[in-house]
Design a protein around this ligand. Structure first.
Ligand code: NAD
Length: 791
């Protein structure tokens, strides 16, 4: 036998990781008292428990206290008690606690890793080398944010008590992504681990005791969906941070509507793994192994859709199959294992069912010839080829080791296929041509794009998606904002609009010729589809004019015009700034006219009216100036890569503008949205819409491309609901009465658009805080593009 033959014949020997420490920990703990509330270990009030078992063997690991409503009450009460002191503490004091947590975790790193692999089934190589070190990094990284909070986030305060609900696929890492920024921001937390994987969260609570976390700052409440729902619905919680399925994410969006709770949702994905023909195919194969078979494919950002360019498709698929044949499926505690068991039998059945259905729909499902362990919930790595874009394996999040492969011819087709999903979480692009990769990255609908890499994460770089992948970011600067609230100057409650009976015409304003205020859609003044009008009163309640009564159809036309106005989204920041400056210039030329109109309609004094117009012009000027300045960042994560945190427009933003300060309010919302390259469908003040219709001519003279701004006058509650339900609207900002705000949050679940409401209150539009970053941040999605370097 020569040396090559010897190498080929060599077999892996078992390399088991010792589990005695973990077993001793399991044996030595009373899991009947596994609720960590107010710094004490408690049994569930109702005495209920649930079981967690080992996916590799199916054996029971522990019976864990199952938190009920009374326990969630107690945990929220403990977090509420701890909040004032914790949030008032110096950033330095909080930083020391975060640092101590990170160091204490480091001292028990191996125990965490082994326990995670036993409870979840993930290979020890992954928990030891990725999950646990990254979790530690999150705490140490966020110590710095805690200390620099006042300087880095002025005009913000901690959101308060935070309810956090996490899934089972990265139990410790998701906990770290949630707890580290919350504590850094000065919040206290009630965290519920997933019912399949509560163990490392319980060990983490022990770490909190040792690291000197003040009692009640961190509360850990194992339990199932009911415990999750109790946290979501608890009135003492000011923010919900959820990671899990899109289905539950939508339930939570609906449940929190109108509650004023801040919400971040990290949901599912169906990420594309795009291989161009000039890619380094061998590297791409290795990337793919990581992309889809990391953690058995139970990864929200798994590259589960392989898109490979036709010219290299056969060669690439052949390489993938050869590599799949070498994947080692087996015990998660074997250091050579690539693929462990799925987390539970339910998951195994679900994945097997989806593969069978995919095959029924025409996909060819290939698996390597490899023996599976006799116990446990193992599923062979699976490659589905001949997958049509409509196949269930191309559309549904499988959350298992199943790859759906498709081919493409051109770059445009690759992007179209990649974006053909209701999710927008991540994407991976493989090409040796950096120009091509960076041309594709901005066009991909994804919150994270990896160039020639995959599954790269870091505490300094935000992670998260949009559309049905949720909203909000975890990690980095943008992740900190999720736990802070801007001190926006909110005012009195807004009363619901009432139908005004206007019978008498106001005295002539001297203009003479009757003016018809239409809608403004696609750059043109158009009649409302229904051909109805809405009477508008002046300050004395007399008829000042009539505007079009916009309907569902008009909103649909406006959204389609906004979607089509690509020139605006693609314009440079400098171009956009010039247009907004020009808009300010043209409005300025008509200061007198707009001031008189404000007096006539709202009854404010001439001085106040003039101030409002001048401030509106100043605000346009200010956001014009920011159009080429509110930019992203470059991160240097601890890897040979740079991460470009790009600011991209959210897309089409619906804006429901206030009655109070009808000109300034409208402009304060529309200008930042436009400045960042969004296109807008605005519903102006219902009471004083003539201020907006008077703007048409100013807009027409200001070089804004057709469709960049569309204005539909009419009834707030009706039009806001249509915008909320419209799946082609990406963001919605609404200043209206509480009922309307609640309604639009509840109705926004179709595509999980990003919604901001004033929660039924007025805003002081004169405040400098409104002119600051608050709305610019809402006007962008941060896309993190990872670009590795070096050979
Ligand atoms: P899941 O939504 O069923 O459960 C997630 C968590 O929510 C669990 O703790 C569960 O107990 C709780 N829960 C269930 N119903 C609830 C309700 N009605 N109210 C409140 N809480 C409730 O998801 P899962 O099956 O545990 O996790 C898999 C999903 O998580 C996948 O879709 C995956 O893509 C997603 N995920 C997303 C990310 C991300 O960052 N985007 C990360 C990891 C996982």
């Amino acid at each position: 036998m020569n040396i090559l033959e010897r190498y080929a014949a060599m077999e892996y020997d078992a390399a088991p990781e010792a589990r005695n420490e973990a077993d001793a920990w399991l044996a030595g703990r009373d899991f009947g008292k596994a609720l960590f509330i107010g710094g004490e270990w408690k049994a569930a009030t109702g005495g209920k428990t649930f079981e967690t078992s080992e996916p590799a063997t199916g054996k029971l690991l522990a019976k864990i206290s199952d938190a009920g409503d009374a326990d969630i009450d107690a945990a929220v009460a403990a977090a509420t008690r701890a909040l004032p002191k914790w949030s008032a503490q110096s950033g330095y004091a909080r930083a020391k606690v975060l640092y101590a947590i990170g160091r204490a975790m480091q001292r028990h790193q191996r125990l965490f890793a082994v326990l995670e692999s036993i409870d979840n089934g993930k290979p020890i190589r992954e928990s030891r080398d990725i999950d646990v070190p990254l979790a530690i990094r999150h705490f140490i990284h966020h110590a710095g944010w805690a200390q620099s909070l006042d300087k880095e986030f002025p005009d913000h305060k901690p959101v308060g008590v935070v309810g956090q609900i996490i899934p089972w696929n990265f139990p410790l890492l998701m906990l770290a992504w949630k707890i580290a920024p919350a504590l850094a921001a000065g919040c206290t937390v009630v965290l519920k681990p997933a019912e399949y994987t509560p163990l490392t969260a319980i060990l983490f609570a022990e770490i909190c005791e040792r690291a000197g976390v003040p009692k009640g700052v961190v509360n850990i409440v194992p339990g199932g969906p009911d415990a999750g729902a109790a946290i979501v619905n608890h009135p003492g919680v000011q923010k919900i941070a959820f990671t899990g399925s899109s289905e539950v994410g939508k339930i939570i969006r609906k449940a929190t509507a109108g509650s004023g709770k801040k919400l971040s949702l990290e949901l599912g994905g169906k990420s594309a793994f795009i291989v161009f023909e000039d890619a380094d195919l061998d590297s791409a194969v290795e990337g793919l192994v990581d992309g889809i078979w990391f953690n058995q494919g139970q990864v929200c950002c798994a590259g589960s859709r392989l898109l490979v360019q036709e010219g290299v498709s056969d060669a690439f698929i052949a390489k993938v199959k050869t590599r799949m044949g070498r994947l080692r499926v087996g015990s998660p505690l074997d250091k050579n294992t690539d693929i462990g068991p799925l987390v539970d039998r339910t998951q195994l059945d679900r994945v097997s069912g989806l593969v069978a259905e995919g095959a029924k729909q025409g996909a060819e499902c290939w698996q390597p010839d490899c023996a599976l362990p006799s116990t446990g919930y193992f599923h062979l790595p699976t490659l589905a080829t001949g997958v049509s874009p409509a196949n269930i394996l191309a559309q549904e999040e499988v959350f298992g080791p199943v790859l759906a492969a498709m081919t493409f011819r051109s770059t445009e087709e690759a992007i179209e296929l990649a974006n053909n999903t209701r999710y927008s979480l991540a994407a991976s692009v493989w090409s040796e041509n950096i120009n091509l990769a960076l041309h594709a990255a901005p066009q991909l609908k994804a919150g994270v794009v990896w160039v020639n890499g995959t599954n790269m994460f870091d505490a300094a770089c935000g992670f998260g998606g949009y559309r049905e992948s949720g909203f909000g970011r975890e990690g980095g600067r943008e992740g900190m904002f999720e736990y802070l609230v801007a001190k926006l100057p909110l005012g009195s409650a807004i009363k619901p609009a009432t139908a005004e009976k206007i019978t008498e015409r106001a005295e002539s304003d001297g203009i003479g010729i009757d003016r018809t205020a239409k809608l403004f859609i696609g750059g043109k003044q158009v009649r409302p589809d229904g051909n109805y009008s809405l009477a508008v009163a002046d300050k004395k309640g007399k008829l000042a004019g009539e505007v079009g009564l916009g309907s569902r159809k008009d909103i649909r036309d406006a959204v389609s015009a906004a979607r089509g106005a690509k020139a605006w989204a693609e314009a440079t920041g400098y171009n956009r700034s010039q247009v907004l400056y020009f808009l300010a210039e043209n409005l300025s030329a008509r200061t007198d006219e707009f001031s008189s109109r404000l007096v006539q309609l709202t009854g404010v004094s001439a001085k106040a009216a003039r101030e409002e117009v001048e401030l509106s012009i100043e605000r346009l000027f200010s956001f014009a100036g920011m159009a080429d300045k509110f930019e992203g960042r470059v991160h240097a994560p601890p890897a040979r890569a740079v991460t470009l945190a790009l600011h991209e427009p959210v897309g089409v933003i619906g804006i429901v503008a206030p009655d109070e300060a009808p000109l300034l309010g409208l402009i304060s919302l529309v200008a930042p949205a436009l400045a960042m390259g969004n296109t807008v469908v605005a519903v102006p003040s219902q009471k004083h819409p003539l201020l907006a219709t008077d703007l048409y001519q100013v807009i027409e003279y200001s070089d804004l491309p057709a469709g960049a701004i569309n204005i539909v006058t009419g009834k707030h509650a009706e039009l806001a609901a249509v915008l909320a339900k419209h799946d082609d609207v990406d963001g919605l900002w609404c200043v209206a009465d509480a009922d309307t705000c609640r309604l639009i949050e509840a109705e926004s679940i179709g595509n999980l658009k990003r919604v901001w409401t004033s929660n039924g209150r007025n805003v002081d539009w004169r405040s400098d805080l409104v002119a600051g970053d608050a709305f610019l941040r809402r006007a962008v999605e941060v896309k993190n593009v990872w670009v590795p370097y070096g050979d």
